[in-house]
Design a protein around this ligand. Structure first.
Ligand code: FAD
Length: 382
């Protein structure tokens, strides 16, 4: 394992940084205040090849790794988490198709995502099934060559703007093992009976679209079922091993952005006739923030490197996910604190990291659930 970045990786970082610094400022405040998705920005991100770099070249991607996808995630979230999420999560679900879909499904669903012609989502969570993924109750009943889907989904990223969504449904209600009851079915959002309502009033990542979805007798051809029927729970666990690594990159990027704001502030503001940066208490804060960021980066880079070498280490991914999320919330809080009252004002741009970072401890597996995964992997059945 060698984490010395290649020239190509350094170029990716540079290009992603230039894109984020150059383009995001036009959108980030307006999209945060008005909770609007930056559609033009997403299109530009696709045109420049930042979206879905991990998708195979045969299906319109760059054929790079989850490591490179993480490098882009870091740079985007460093400048603005809301815009970063909106652009990169437009492929949310493609990873599952890439892992488990057949040739026809990959050809149908993947190329439009990198071409800026389609947005995707993944609908697992329901009003009564969040952390308990196996508790998902949406049903898909076979009727001739179709499945007929009924149920409700909650908190679905891209819900009102997606062209298609991976839906986790119960297809095998009779199965005793609750982890073998589900399948993943791709549902095109223009199908009759599909209804999405935008959830407004979010604390952070307000540029990102979040919706509740109702599926009322939505008829979908059987060809839209991904992989083997009854494997949906397992497939989503594999999917999360990939996407949680990307969430870690979001955390490292947001923390890095907050840290840079903190450094600039304490170097420029004086109190007691001295720069804030000269006080040891503030120096310790900077040292602790920077160290935690590096520790988080090392942890998730290792998980990403393993993924790109064909190894899904769910224990390591769970460790990285909770650690990176908690780290980002800690760093954003300290960065705000070091700004004193100015940190509390929107104008200084640090309160946004504080609001945006919190989601990193919640979505794609709350941190408590990640810790349970780690503990179970260590302790076994107790
Ligand atoms: C902005 C946003 C975007 C999202 N995007 C998506 C998406 O695109 N697709 C999707 O399917 N979902 C999405 N989600 C849903 C998200 O993944 C869930 O909110 C998350 O998994 C937690 O589920 P819950 O909200 O039902 O909380 P609950 O499961 O009710 O948990 C509440 C609290 O209890 C804790 N808890 C629960 N069970 C246990 C346990 N056994 N032991 C210890 N603690 C426990 C949790 O850790 C948490 O702190 C999104 C959520 C948000 C807010």
């Amino acid at each position: 394992m060698d984490f010395a970045l290649s020239d190509e990786q350094k170029d990716i970082i540079k290009a992603a940084r230039e894109f984020a610094e150059g383009e995001f400022p036009e959108y980030m405040e307006e999209c945060d205040v008005n909770e609007t998705f930056p559609r033009d920005l997403w299109k530009k991100g696709c045109e420049l090849g930042f979206v879905g770099v991990f998708i195979d070249e045969a299906y319109g991607g760059a054929g790079l790794g989850y490591f490179e996808d993480g490098l882009i995630g870091e740079e985007f979230w460093r400048v603005d988490p809301g815009c970063g999420l909106s652009v990169l999560a437009s492929t949310f679900g493609s990873q599952l198709i890439q892992l488990y879909g057949n040739e026809e499904q990959k050809k149908r669903f993947l190329p439009p995502l990198t071409a800026g012609k389609a947005i995707m989502g993944s609908a697992i969570t329901e009003p009564d099934a969040g952390s308990d993924v196996a508790g998902v109750a949406t049903t898909a009943v076979r009727d001739g060559d179709d499945y007929v889907i009924n149920g409700n989904k909650m908190f679905i990223t891209n819900g009102t703007i997606a062209n298609y969504v991976n839906v986790l449904c119960v297809t095998h209600p009779e199965e005793k093992n609750r982890h073998r009851r589900h399948s993943v079915i791709v549902v095109e959002t223009d199908r009759e009976g599909f209804e999405a309502n935008k959830l407004t009033g979010k604390l952070g990542i307000r540029a990102s679209d979040t919706a509740e979805i109702a599926l009322n007798n939505v008829r979908v051809p059987k060809e839209n079922l991904i992989g083997e029927p009854g494997n949906g729970f397992k497939q989503f666990m594999g999917f999360f091993n990939v996407t949680r690594v990307h969430v870690c990159s979001q955390a490292v990027g947001a923390a890095q952005g907050a840290l840079e704001k903190a450094i600039a502030h304490i170097k420029s503001r004086k109190q007691f006739g001295l720069p804030l940066a000269s006080f040891q208490a503030n120096q310790f804060k900077i040292a602790e923030m920077a160290t935690r960021i590096e520790a988080a980066r090392s942890l998730y880079w290792r998980a990403a490197w393993l993924l790109d070498n064909g190894i899904q280490d769910h224990r390591l991914v769970a460790m990285a996910k909770w650690f990176c999320g908690e780290m980002a919330v800690y760093v954003a809080n300290e960065a705000l604190q070091i700004h004193g009252g100015y940190g509390y004002l929107r104008e200084y741009g640090v309160e946004k990291y504080y609001r945006d970072a919190k989601i990193l401890e919640i979505y794609e597996g709350a941190k408590e659930i990640e810790k349970l995964v780690v503990a179970r992997a260590i302790l076994g059945k107790v």
